[in-house]
Design a protein around this ligand. Structure first.
Ligand SMILES: O=C(CO)COP(=O)(O)O
Length: 254
């Protein structure tokens, strides 16, 4: 079953209007494989979503970096899934490790957010990943399985979910997972989905890798059978993001 290569750019809390417009114009001018081969989604901070959405080429899409866990209302400072849907923002990133760690988002809270966002018609990039301590303790699979379980308990239809494996020790550190390390966890996650959801979900759900992906390491990672794309942080703010999008060609020919 074909899993279309997926490349997300998580801009995190970066940018000015001018910088954001510059990134968009670079992307708009880029020659990349067609949207039959690769799905490209960029995720600016909330305040820049309208300008990016209106200026970005039609074959690329936008994602928010978070949304509120339920229907909007008296939740000062939050942005609801309904608002994103109303703006025509198709995607949202949920459960990023920076929010899990810095804002104490629990597995259950992330699971609730994923379920609510899906119920409002959004597509979700759901992030999981272990810390260095957890990896060194040998608990990587247990950690990512528990994070995925909290989602699976609340979600029955996985058609609009992309699972992003982002080891915390690889994020923003320049210490990318080796292709074998990424493949091992992606394979483990697919087996977990097979055992706990369905064969169909396991075969069709895209599992993407994030953590220090750049133009130099993306091709080898993309060559792994269970790496279905990337969630890119730092390099998504630079022209090398285009090279990462082109890594989809590796998959096509593999
Ligand atoms: O957190 C990430 C994407 O969500 C990865 O960030 P870096 O690519 O900067 O390591």
């Amino acid at each position: 079953m074909g899993r279309k290569f997926f490349v997300g750019g998580n801009w995190k809390c970066n940018g000015t209007t001018e910088e954001v417009k510059k990134i968009v114009s670079t992307l708009n001018a880029a020659q990349v494989p067609s949207s039959d081969v690769v799905e490209v989604v960029v995720s600016p901070p909330f305040v820049f979503l309208p300008v990016v959405k209106s200026e970005l080429r039609a074959d690329f899409h936008v994602a928010a970096q978070n949304c509120w866990v339920k229907k909007g209302g008296a939740f000062t400072g939050e942005v609801s899934a309904e608002m994103l849907a109303n703006l025509g923002v198709p995607w949202v990133i949920l459960g990023h490790s920076e929010r899990r760690a810095l804002l104490n988002e629990s597995n259950e809270f992330v699971g609730d957010k994923v379920a609510y966002a899906l119920s409002q018609g959004l597509k979700v990039i759901a992030c999981v990943g272990e810390t260095l301590e957890q990896r060194e303790a040998g608990s990587t699979m247990d950690v990512v399985a528990a994070q995925t379980k909290a989602i699976a308990e609340r979600v029955s239809n996985w058609a609009n979910v992309v699972l992003a494996y982002e080891p915390v020790w690889a994020i923003g550190t320049g210490k990318v997972a080796t292709p074998a390390q990424a493949q091992e966890v992606h394979d483990g996650l697919r087996k977990w989905l097979q055992a706990n959801t369905s064969t169909e979900v396991a075969a069709s759900t895209r599992i993407i890798y994030g953590g220090s992906v750049n133009g130099a390491n993306c091709k080898e990672l993309a060559g792994q059978p269970d790496v279905d794309g990337f969630l890119v942080g730092g390099a998504s703010l630079k022209p090398e993001f285009i090279d990462i999008i082109k890594a989809a060609e590796v998959k096509k020919s593999s």
